[in-house]
Design a protein around this ligand. Structure first.
Ligand code: SF4
Length: 474
């Protein structure tokens, strides 16, 4: 028996006469086409929606948007590869009705309309709401770090610059000394070495001048680091695999793991970013209140307070940090606060009273102590390295205690968080070629991420209700 064979290439065939016959009813391009056709691109912020009265006609932004959505849905993100697809891919030929914009036109469209892509993502969220794909009760908030177009070698912190300048001075002194020594020798070998050393000195001096200027610029602007290729990107210190990149904050609805809202920032940590992401999710879902769960990297009193003020019920596990934890002493959560007496009960059974107040980062803190009890206490070696233990309380700490009680009542909610965010983050990194942006600058990478998040949601929604189900809702 032989293998299955294709037909001969020079054989005449009766292929379907219409391009439409090659695109079946459940093909996602049919939905992309219908979805974009229903969008009000002017309101979304796209330019050139109305064709010019005079001059050479340009491409309809709707066609270029369709091409980008198709590309991101199929992991084709570069403008050159998209151009290639317009020439060889039947689905794209169907979608663009045979139009073949060149890569520059495609790239310019994404660059010029970078602020408008988020509105397209939000329109798709509304469509998913119409289909009841969002539970609208619980969102998981998390951040993922994505590489920027900026190598580690082209990112400098103040410390890195200072170290380079110190090393450069040492190397310059060494080169100059070797130059003097070699200069005194005679012969062709010595003159070649002199030339090599002189070239090294010139190059090092030029770099020194450049880096001194960078240092002065950082002093002037107050920035803690500078990136040379993509000036908006930042070193993600806690994510060595990413190196220099961006921090994409995402709120994912727990019902179907669909993304509700996102924001791309260059903040190195997630601390302080919960309220803004959860508020955006709450608005996108059109609800009065919502629950938001996040990992301990988001544990910040003021941020949890901001959530509560905005009608968001936050669930964030308390991280074990602080000098007592590092020293191996009783943790703060082993002391019980009593609001009726404004005292803390310590593990030794004594009461700690407020002794004095202080202000840190604009917030007031009270410090609770019982020096007399500590002096006599047998547990002191487990409690402090000093003569008495001090417990500090932020004036708004009741908000954290309320959250602790909620968490105690729903211990499984932290597992829901992990299950909810893992799926989109895994898919996004795969789509984005291990999580690397193609463009430079915060605004442009936001546009890229809008398309990625839209592609993720679209794929998920197609899996849930099918292309026809989505098309009926358009
Ligand atoms: S050292 Fe002080 S605070 Fe610690 S258990 Fe003993 S009495 Fe309580």
């Amino acid at each position: 028996m032989d293998h299955i064979k294709g037909c001969e290439r020079d054989q005449s065939q009766l292929l379907p006469a219409r391009v439409d016959d090659y695109v079946h009813a459940e093909n996602p391009v049919r939905f992309i086409d219908a979805f974009v056709d229903e969008l009000n691109l002017s309101v979304a912020g796209f330019g050139r929606v109305q064709p010019k009265e005079t001059g050479r006609p340009g491409y309809d932004p709707a066609d270029l948007l369709k091409l980008y959505i198709y590309g991101y849905l199929n992991r084709v993100r570069s403008s050159r590869r998209l151009e290639t697809e317009t020439q060889r891919n039947l689905e794209v030929i169907w979608l663009l009705r045979g139009l073949r914009p060149d890569f520059k036109t495609i790239a310019d469209f994404r660059r010029d309309n970078r602020a408008a892509f988020k509105a397209v993502f939000q329109e798709f969220v509304l469509l998913c709401r119409k289909l009841n794909l969002y539970g609208r009760e619980l969102v998981a908030v998390d951040g993922t770090r994505l590489k920027a177009v900026n190598s580690r070698d082209r990112n400098f912190t103040r410390e890195k610059l200072a170290k380079f300048l110190r090393d450069a001075d040492e190397r310059l002194a060494d080169y100059l000394e070797r130059l003097d020594r070699t200069d005194a020798e005679e012969g062709p070998a010595s003159s070649a070495r002199v030339k090599t050393l002189a070239a090294k000195i010139t190059s090092l001096k030029q770099r020194r001048i450049r880096y001194t200027a960078l240092q002065a610029e950082m002093e002037r602007t107050g920035e803690s680091q500078v990136s040379l290729t993509d000036p908006d990107s930042r070193a993600m210190a806690t994510h060595p695999k990413v190196g220099v990149g961006y921090n994409a904050q995402v709120a994912v609805d727990s019902k179907n793991k669909l993304i509700v809202a996102f924001e791309v920032t260059n903040a190195g940590s997630d601390l302080g970013l919960l309220a803004q992401t959860a508020t955006a999710a709450k608005e996108a879902l059109g609800v009065e209140t919502i629950q938001a769960v996040a990992d301990r990297g988001y544990y910040k009193g003021e941020d949890i307070q901001a959530c509560e003020d905005a009608g968001i019920e936050a669930y964030v596990a308390r991280p074990q940090r602080g000098s007592a934890v590092h020293g191996g002493f009783f943790r703060k959560d082993e002391f019980t606060y009593d609001p009726s007496t404004d005292t803390y009960a310590c593990p030794g059974g004594h009461l700690l009273h407020p002794l004095y107040r202080s202000t840190k980062d604009g917030t007031e803190r009270h410090h609770y102590v019982n020096r007399h009890a500590c002096r006599e206490c047998e547990l002191r070696p487990q409690c402090t390295s000093g003569t008495s233990r001090k417990v500090t309380r932020w004036t708004g700490e009741a908000v954290l205690e309320r959250m602790e009680q909620r968490l105690a009542a729903r211990p499984g909610i932290l597992d829901v968080r992990r299950e909810t965010v893992e799926h989109p983050f895994g898919s996004i990194k795969q789509w984005m070629n291990q999580g690397a942006f193609l463009m430079r600058g915060l605004e442009k990478v936001r546009a890229e991420f809008s398309l990625t998040a839209l592609a993720y949601n679209m794929t998920r929604a197609i899996n849930l209700v099918g292309v026809q189900g989505l098309m009926r809702a358009v």
